[in-house]
Design a protein around this ligand. Structure first.
Ligand code: C2E
Ligand code: CA
Ligand code: CA
Length: 636
């Protein structure tokens, strides 16, 4: 028997009551082998073909035990099994008085050991082979030899059966191994199926609300559209002031609001429709077979449930939602087109003052068409360098001169004419041109600033460009190539850029400041940031949006905000710039409110670098004429 690399001896048991017979056995296994021919012939008989036929009798690896009684044989077999070293063969006499006979012995032995080969050796035929096979079978483990036997028969049998027994063991081990492997494979299969189902669920659902996600929604709606059982409506819902909740109460509160909102929307979802969370605070519903009027009624219902107060962390919260509806009643359109139409309708709902719904109308698509026209032309303008920068000074009231200049983009297109940046910069953001455009601005602003003898250039950085990894390397490269010290650069970023990903923003800001670039927060007051969370960012300057300056004198809140921003900024050591200053009265009011830096048409329109009257290195006018603080506008 072979276990791993170790070969154990094979065991054979002989049971015969006649001492003479036992002696013959002993002789048989002790004396030399039978001739090879004889062995081969017998082996071929036994194993039908004789592959397994041994070529010579060799008993060195076989261990023999001899007993004279059936009970002893049974006991030996039992011990061997218990020791884990069972017998391969039992040579069994049929009559062994006074104890149990061979038939009974074979019966008991077989009960103990189902693998042992039993060789019935008898001179009498008092038990039919069939009878013995019944109790000691199977027949392929039962053999018969008649007395008196030929030595070679016994030798051959002993050796062949021992070999076969060893083969069987190896085979069983191999079977077992395969079976074990199969069990493992089966188990792994079950686990795989379970995790596949889980993965599938995860890949199709939103983890926060457990609602289907965008992919799931797309598949479902596509199916509805393909089977064409009836008109399909897509309702796109967007919360109106979700960002406020996130910013003022934290993300945990935002998550809680999303969950509660999902529950409310679920309860309004008609049978057979699919409600999904597409991302952020955007949800979508796909319904089949309802009229446009019914879709509008449903949208109305959704707006209504969102307008009801929420209780988030023991605080009452009001949000409200806008809904855009698209139905495919008239033409066959795909999912993405449906979503685009619903999105345009949603945009219209938001423009209509929020907290309402709009049904898609073809006119809404025009703005999208204009957008894509602008996009095409803008790509062309970037290619042909058909853009310019103009610069508007930032005036320091105390020194009465320009401290720096804000770079503002200008674009005159052959087809579209003058396109204001407020129109094309957002298009660039949407179509993935933000970084390309931003890099164009940095390149040109840095090059032009390098021709001025003093003053910094303040560059507007769009939210997407601000997220870009290449921002810092780009500005460093451009500054180095024009020998412009980095402290002559300021970046203007908006609250949107800062609060979309505040941790990343804080990191980028720290990096930029560490190389000397100043950071200004642009359009302060139009977004969501409060003075309190501004403390989390290392800023140099806050630019108060021109809408506050405009309403100075009319709106008491505007002056209150300006007063507190200036006070807070002073405490934090920040500069405050008032944007869009147009009149002497505004200058006066701002001065009283504590604001010392200004920018606006009152002082100067934005000018091309070459037209700027001050600071040109080539002009050698280093001591520039001081700008008249609040006295006299430079340009009207
Ligand atoms: P902004 O950053 O708030 O820029 C100030 C805007 O106010 C400029 O408009 C400027 O011309 C205008 N302005 C200056 N003084 C006055 C004034 O006294 N009264 C009024 N009513 N307006 C004044 P502009 O150049 O049309 O730019 C609009 C916006 O487009 C900018 O707002 C900025 O958000 C964006 N923008 C402009 N250039 C760039 C740029 O290079 N990159 C990026 N990302 N955005 C830019
Ligand atoms: Ca700006
Ligand atoms: Ca601004």
């Amino acid at each position: 028997m072979t276990i791993g690399t170790m070969t154990l001896s094979t065991r054979i048991l002989i049971a015969d009551d006649e001492p003479q017979m036992l002696a013959s056995y002993r002789d048989c296994f002790a004396i030399g082998p039978a001739s090879n021919d004889e062995l081969a012939a017998l082996g071929a008989d036994l194993f039908a073909g004789g592959n397994e036929a041994p070529t010579a009798a060799d008993f060195s690896n076989i261990c023999f035990d001899y007993v004279s009684q059936g009970e002893h044989a049974v006991a030996k077999v039992a011990d061997a099994i218990n020791e884990g070293d069972p017998y391969a063969v039992l040579f069994l006499d049929m009559r062994m008085p006074p104890g149990i006979d061979g038939y009974e012995t074979a019966t008991r032995v077989r009960q103990l050991d189902k693998n042992i080969n039993i060789v019935v050796v008898t001179g009498y035929s008092d038990h039919s082979p069939m009878g013995i096979a019944k109790v000691a079978g199977p027949i392929d483990r039962l053999f018969y030899v008649t007395k008196p036997f030929k030595t070679s028969d016994i030798q051959q049998l002993a050796q062949s059966l021992a070999a076969r027994w060893n083969h069987d063991i190896a085979l069983r081990a191999a079977h077992q191994e395969v079976e074990n492997k199969l069990t493992v494979i089966e188990k792994v299969n079950v686990q795989l199926a379970a995790s596949e189902a889980r993965c599938r669920h995860i890949s199709l659902h939103d983890h926060l609300t457990r609602l289907p996600n965008r992919t799931h929604f797309g598949d479902f709606t596509e199916n509805l559209l393909l089977r064409g059982k009836g008109p399909v409506s897509v309702l796109l819902l967007d919360l109106d002031h979700f960002k406020n909740v996130n910013d003022t109460m934290g993300h945990a509160a935002g998550d809680e609001l999303m969950r509660q909102l999902a529950d409310r929307l679920r309860s309004e979802t008609p049978e057979g429709a699919l409600l999904a969370r597409l991302g952020g605070d955007e949800f979508a519903l796909a319904v089949e077979g309802i009229t446009e009027a019914a879709a509008q009624k449903l949208a109305n219902q959704l707006v209504k449930v969102c307008a009801k107060e929420f209780e988030i962390m023991s605080t009452r919260v009001f949000v409200g939602a806008s809904v855009g509806i698209a139905t495919n009643t008239t033409e066959s359109i795909g999912v993405s087109q449906m979503l685009r139409c619903a999105d345009l309708a949603l945009y219209a709902a938001k423009n209509a003052g929020r907290n309402t719904w709009r049904l898609f109308a073809p006119e809404m698509d025009e703005s999208a068409q204009t957008r894509s026209h602008i996009e095409r032309r803008l790509r062309e303008a970037l290619k042909t360098d058909n853009l310019r920068l103009v610069y508007q000074p930032v005036i320091d009231l105390v020194g009465g001169s320009a401290l720096g200049y804000e770079a503002l983009l200008r674009w005159t297109d052959d087809e579209l004419g003058d396109v204001p940046p407020a129109l094309f910069v957002p298009v660039a953001e949407q179509c993935g041109l933000a970084s390309t455009l931003g890099e164009w601005v940095i390149r040109n602003a840095v090059a032009e600033c390098a021709t001025w003898s003093t003053g910094y250039v303040s560059i507007n950085i769009s939210p997407h460009h601000f997220q870009s990894r290449d921002l810092i390397s780009c500005v460093m490269r451009e500054a180095a190539s024009h020998d412009l010290p980095l402290n002559r650069l300021q970046f203007e970023i908006t609250e949107t850029a800062m609060f979309t990903n505040p941790l990343h923003a804080a990191e980028v800001i720290t990096q930029l400041r560490s190389v000397g670039i100043r950071i200004a927060l642009d359009d302060f007051g139009t977004g969501y940031s409060s003075l309190v969370n501004l403390r989390d960012f290392e800023l140099d300057c806050i630019k108060i949006d021109k809408s506050f300056i405009e309403t100075l004198g009319e709106d008491r809140q505007a002056s209150a905000i300006i007063t507190s921003v200036t006070a807070m900024a002073r405490m934090l050591g920040l500069n405050v710039v008032a944007e869009g200053v147009e009149t002497a009265a505004q200058v006066q009011a701002l001065r009283l409110l504590g604001c010392g830096m200004m920018q606006g048409f009152y002082y100067s329109l934005p000018l091309a670098s070459a037209e700027m009257p001050y600071h040109h290195v080539s002009d050698e006018v280093v001591d520039s004429e001081p700008l008249p603080g609040d006295a006299k506008p430079l340009a009207a």
